[in-house]
Design a protein around this ligand. Sequence first.
Ligand SMILES: Cc1cc2nc3c(=O)[nH]c(=O)nc-3n(C[C@H](O)[C@H](O)[C@H](O)COP(=O)(O)OP(=O)(O)OC[C@H]3O[C@@H](n4cnc5c(N)ncnc54)[C@H](O)[C@@H]3O)c2cc1C
Length: 401
Amino acid sequence: MSTTAAPPKKDTYTPLELFSTDRLLDSDERDIATTVRKFVETRLRPNVEDWFESATLPKELAKEFGDLGVLGMHLQGYGCAGTNAVSYGLACMELEAGDSGFRSFVSVQGSLSMFSIYRYGSEEQKQEWLPRLAAGEAIGCFGLTEPDFGSNPAGMRTRARRSGAGENADWVLNGTKMWITNGNLADVATVWAQTDEGIRGFLVPTDTPGFTANAIHKKLSLRASVTSELVLDNVRLPASAQLPEAVGLGAPLSCLNEARFGIVFGALGAARDSLETAIAYTQSREVFDRPLSSFQLTQEKLANMTLELGKGMLLAIHLGRMKDAEGARPEQISLGKLNNVREALAIARECRTLLGGSGITLEYSPLRHANNLESVLTYEGTSEMHMLSIGRALTGQAAFR
Ligand SMILES: Cc1cc2nc3c(=O)[nH]c(=O)nc-3n(C[C@H](O)[C@H](O)[C@H](O)COP(=O)(O)OP(=O)(O)OC[C@H]3O[C@@H](n4cnc5c(N)ncnc54)[C@H](O)[C@@H]3O)c2cc1C
């Protein structure tokens, strides 16, 4: 933790400088954030408008994310960087300052695909997939949601049946998964299915006969991200494709909890970028013969948004420190996901108002971020599901059904 003196007084500060949240980070954490921020500024930001408009995410970015060291960076061994949770969160924040699509790719690869293998896979599965996934030489996806079962994945209809007697018999999978990030890019899919013993996880190489990924088009949100339907039509897998340690719905939910933690920080990146864009714009835009930034209504908006951004950052760092020490419970991660995504979305929309007509174009980031955050509000548990999870923790009563 930093023990340096207070930073020198300046004429103006960025919103997070005002909170001095950097003083809660150590030098390794600050270095990681700076490295990822530079990559975002030089490699991603110059292209993001085109990728968003054309609804593409170039596959070669996977290798570049691997070289940057952000894929599965919070996991130990198997080519992973082994950083603490706060560093992973900061990397997510910097990536999402570029676009939620970049953070989504890294979240799904590291926290859903890789974490499911790391936590629940056999040693052979780990050796086969984790080093390649960490390097970005292979891409993973995570199929839990189905067309009729999103908030309630326990009802999933995807079915895995043994094709014969005994533990060594092949598995045959049938079903459909929906809204799967990286689905059309993936080399391996972690697929969750009902079996006679309950929900189990399977690693499905995407070139297995019977596996199809269909890209979902006409999205208004997360356009610089690939989202797919996965169809499993008599997909035959060896017994060794099952994740041996994954027993029941708790397994996929624990993976989601990992990814949600990244969102707690990530969403703030989109908010920070929106706010910094709005501050710069209001300083250069003249209305009624004065800079827009000099009006009290504008400063009220900027002050309120700065407060929410800074409070969200303090919450994110607090959850990260807990995760690195004794661990954070799922309902505590829910507090962070619910608050920080909700406030980030409100900030991005408010920033858009400050940009007037200019705010509706891709030239400025706030509306792109706001559109993306609509997806972030929905995936990894909708805001309503997180409210119910917090409500259950407060009252002891589950109101899900
Ligand atoms: C861009 C994108 C990427 C995604 N990536 C992935 C991925 O990689 N892997 C994956 O498995 N899934 C992924 N998802 C799916 C995502 O997790 C689901 O969309 C989400 O869980 C919600 O499910 P649903 O869309 O079926 O909505 P529903 O469950 O049908 O919910 C609709 C509305 O009803 C509300 N609701 C539901 N139940 C209750 C209740 N009990 N009380 C009150 N309100 C309720 C919800 O909060 C929501 O507002 C992705 C989704 C999107 C949009």
